[in-house]
Design a protein around this ligand. Sequence first.
Ligand code: NAD
Length: 282
Amino acid sequence: MGKGAEARSNNRCTLYNSNLMDTGLKNRVAIVAASSQGIGRATAEALAAEGCRVAMCARNAQTLHAAAEGIEKQYSAEVFAQALDVTDAEAVHRFVEEVASKFGSVDICVTNAGGPPAKGFLAASVEEWRKAVDANFLSTVYFAREVIPHMQRKHWGRIITITSITTKQPVPDLVLSNAVRAAVVGLVKSLANEFGKDGILVNNVGPGYTATDRLKELAKTRSGATGKSEKEIFEGWSADAPLKRLGEPREVADAIVWLASERASYVTGQTVLVDGGLYKGL
Ligand code: NAD
């Protein structure tokens, strides 16, 4: 390489390195649904740490406001929190409108809800199927319908759905999740195709076994069904993953931060698993 070319190449490196840690998320407005605890809360926290203004919601007002106040204090972040059920389309509409009027826009929307109960097919009632569709599919539709027009106006947006490893690999006693999450992936791909022209990137994140209250519930159900202790169930989950441990909510949140950031500006319509390698396919 000639001296001129080398200097130009070095300059490029210098420029890139000086910008290395910038996610471009400062002052972005981020909604994180179902965020009073677990992966949702960790995501709200991680986005606040990047300088986002964060809007949080969940059903339980007390836990939600405690989480919001904690994040506000720790990161000196602007946080708006409102108690609501993500299966209530009208409540989601009002929430998104309030966020937009308080913060001026909506740039990022992370959809989330509690997971469906662990059941085999014949044990799941029709009512449970309806609830799973409402919580784990339609809630995503409600948020997407509300936030997309705001994102179109700015020609910039990120929608990130939190689903599960079940989008790639069914889990034996989670038939509700195995079936309903697939619809979210179909929606994600469709939205990515339809709204890419508007600068809106739509991706899905699938956690593997992650240390939250949801997992404790799952361990209890499995323990009851198999006679194994909860400790053995947890050890089994860790052993199944090549990384030989459970994930931390923060590790899922970090993947979401990356997808929301300028660093993922050419990534859309994808499912990213954060599962310690648990998914066994190619
Ligand atoms: P979690 O139970 O710890 O937290 C769920 C959050 O959702 C809470 O803040 C709760 O208040 C809120 N919520 C539940 N239903 C709601 C509703 N209808 N309206 C508003 N808020 C609601 O769960 P988590 O482990 O953080 O999981 C988040 C998502 O990721 C779930 O869909 C779960 O099934 C999925 N997931 C979790 C794991 C895991 O190992 N933890 C693995 C794969 C997938």
